[in-house]
Write a protein that binds this ligand. Structure first.
Ligand code: HEC
Length: 260
């Protein structure tokens, strides 16, 4: 009788352990190992390496909300597919995984606080965020210097004359420039020359491997580049050329081809 009871107790204990492991331990760490680690553990294919404090500090700058969104929706032209390619995971599963990865970076409280503050600005325009290096929600002259065309247009679009561009002033500027570029009529052959010489100035880009076509003002870029950042740089280098009505950026990152 006693032995039966003990056996029953022991098996209950084991079942309890197994359940506990699934409900508590099996948690986020296991899900991370199953779904995210193959890219994020070593930082392969351009993924931010888990534990790399500087990299995560930079990425969390505009707020955790935008980071959740990148993980849920994916990042275009990179190996980061929506939900890392695991559509069966819920949005809250993904948020928990992102929290787990952020926690692993052990970011200073000040960094997290600054990210929370940026989030209150409600800014989601990634082009703006990229320029806003000090994450204060405005583009100063120093920050605009990264793009001489924007800097030159600062006086025209700085409506409240505070010497900086807010996100709405910036968006008005970009859409006006786009309209002005499209209104200029340029021969396709001239566009081709302009695009080729702009590409030749992009570091890390072998312009020979890139096919450029222009038809009715639409410029198409096709080819394989080292990574997504270079594809983006190529796009940035040509996007302000007058006469371009549309850019069809079909540059593919080599990572997308070599991954197993
Ligand atoms: C096939 C490789 C791969 C897998 C699997 C993968 N990622 Fe990523 N992830 C990437 C790459 C590459 C980037 C960087 C993209 C870029 O910004 O250039 C990235 C970026 C991120 C970022 C940073 C987003 C930002 O705003 O900067 C987060 C968060 C993230 N991944 C979460 C996840 C989670 C959660 C999983 C698992 C469910 C996952 N990833 C699985 C490749 C992967």
């Amino acid at each position: 009788m006693m032995t039966m009871f003990r056996l029953w107790f022991v098996s209950l204990f084991i079942v309890g352990l197994l359940c506990g492991a699934r409900v508590f331990g099996a948690s986020v760490a296991d899900s991370y190992a199953d779904h995210c680690a193959r890219c994020h553990a070593a930082g392969d294919v351009g993924a931010p390496k888990v534990g790399d404090r500087a990299e995560w500090a930079r990425r969390i700058g505009p707020g955790i909300g935008l980071m959740y969104r990148s993980a849920i929706e994916g990042i275009p032209n990179t190996q980061m597919a929506a939900k890392g390619g695991y559509r069966e995971l819920s949005d809250s599963d993904i948020k928990a995984l992102v929290d787990y990865m952020v926690a692993a970076a052990a970011l200073p409280a000040a960094t997290l606080k600054a990210a929370q503050r940026y989030e209150t600005f409600g800014i989601t325009n990634r082009d703006f965020i990229k320029l806003d290096r000090n994450f204060d929600g405005r583009l100063s002259q120093d920050e605009l210097a990264a793009d001489p065309v924007l800097l030159a247009n600062l006086p025209r679009f700085d409506q409240n004359k505070d010497g900086t561009l807010s996100v709405s002033e910036y968006e008005r500027l970009e859409s006006t420039l786009e309209q002005e570029r499209a209104a200029v009529s340029v021969e396709d052959s001239t566009l081709l020359d302009g695009v080729r010489s702009a590409l030749a100035r992009v570091k890390g880009l072998s312009a020979d491997g890139i096919k450029v076509e222009a038809s009715g003002g639409t410029v198409t870029l096709t080819g394989i580049v080292t990574d997504a950042a270079v594809a983006r740089q190529a796009y940035d280098a040509v996007r302000r050329i007058a006469g371009i009505k549309k850019i069809d950026n079909r540059l593919i990152s080599a990572h997308l081809l070599t991954f197993d």
